[in-house]
Design a protein around this ligand. Structure first.
Ligand code: GGG
Length: 351
């Protein structure tokens, strides 16, 4: 079968990590007899430089004609002085909104081979870690009304029952395929949106009597993630809380360079990207870890293209590469030799 893949490399380390993920995908095609047809498009700073806007209409057209989107990262100091409406990040947010990709799945899995890079006490993560964070992706404070007037600035957090309900359903469905436990994270002792969130999640839970639901305030969840992360199975939370908690969870697994993500909506199209940003300080130096992007490709094969065997082959290749001792800078221990982005990509492709 011929699969159409939209590719947005973005800014900073985006191009180099995406290049390695594409090599892995091509290898999968070669081994399993699939063709992947790539169409590159622009978003973020690269799009601003070329077209003046962070998300050109043409990019959306390319995505709409594709089965899936592989995305790198956006942003960088070069565009920091721009107003929020035309910053690189706005391109990413608009892309998610325009394509209605409201479910962001961020699995935080600790590879056995990276146990000793975890900054937590070994007894806290004894036996590994396997948590899925579901981040609501098209609502909340990132999309609410915002303005600045002189020395005053305002961002509104907004949610509708409909927006909460649909992500809650996804959380319960995913939990049914796992340990059947959902932790809903909010700040309902302070925020109106969180009160609506909690009430809606509770109502939705009634349709999933086999899944156990508990609630947690976001400040407590942040603490629990580093003191007792193994209590979690599926965490569901609003946009900004999910953004922050998943970055925190990534460090427990070893590095933010290890965490992939899938962004899904109601049709079969999916966007796949590492959870990390563009890391401009190491861009173009071959220091970035391509594993988060490579595992994102594995998620693409599993969730959107319906190729679980092929997806598994990528996960196995990553595990083998780690087991053989290969490390990029972010996951290397003190004194351990680190390999480059391109070397890691090559080794995983060969495996
Ligand atoms: N690959 C993720 C990325 O580029 N992150 C930068 C960014 O703009 N993050 C904001 C967000 O994910 O909402």
């Amino acid at each position: 079968m011929n699969y159409k893949i939209a590719v947005i490399k973005g800014d900073g380390i985006g191009p180099e990590i995406v290049d390695e993920a594409v090599k892995v995908l091509n290898k999968v095609g070669e081994v399993y007899g699939h063709t992947f047809e790539y169409t590159e498009a622009l978003a973020g700073g690269a799009a601003i430089d070329k077209t003046g806007v962070p998300l050109p209409e043409e990019t959306l057209e390319v995505c709409r004609k594709s089965h899936a989107l592989l995305f790198g990262a956006v942003g960088g100091p070069k565009w920091d002085s721009l107003p929020s409406e035309i910053r690189p990040e706005k391109g990413l947010l608009s892309l998610r909104k325009e394509l209605n990709l409201y479910t962001n799945i961020r699995p935080a899995i600790m590879f056995d081979e990276l146990k000793d890079t975890c900054p937590l006490r070994p007894d806290i993560v004894e036996g590994g870690l396997d948590v899925v964070i579901l981040r609501e992706l098209t609502g909340g404070i990132y999309f609410g009304k915002k303005f600045t007037e002189g020395d005053y600035a305002c961002d509104c957090m907004e949610y509708s029952k409909y927006e909460i309900e649909r992500i809650a359903h996804q959380a319960f469905k995913i939990a049914q395929t796992r340990d059947k436990r959902v932790t809903s994270v909010d700040k309902s002792n302070v925020l109106e949106t969180s009160r609506l969130w909690r009430k809606t999640v509770e109502e939705t839970a009634k349709k999933y009597p086999d899944v156990k639901l508990n609630h947690m305030y976001v400040d407590n969840a942040a603490m629990q993630l580093v003191t007792n992360p193994k209590q979690f199975d599926v965490i569901v939370t609003e946009n900004m809380f999910g953004d922050i908690l998943s970055d925190e969870a990534s460090m427990i697994t070893g590095s933010i360079g290890m965490l992939p993500s899938a962004s899904l909506g109601d049709n079969n199209f999916g966007m796949y990207e590492p959870i990390h940003g563009s890391a401009p300080d190491i861009a173009g130096q071959g220091k970035a870890n391509p594993i988060a992007t490579i595992i994102s490709v594995s998620m693409m094969l599993k969730y959107t293209l319906g190729l679980p065997k092929e997806a598994q082959s990528i996960e196995d290749a990553v595990k083998k590469s780690l087991k053989d001792g290969y490390r990029t800078m972010d996951i290397a221990k003190k004194g351990e030799k680190a390999i480059s982005t391109q070397e890691m990509g090559k080794i995983i492709t060969e495996n």
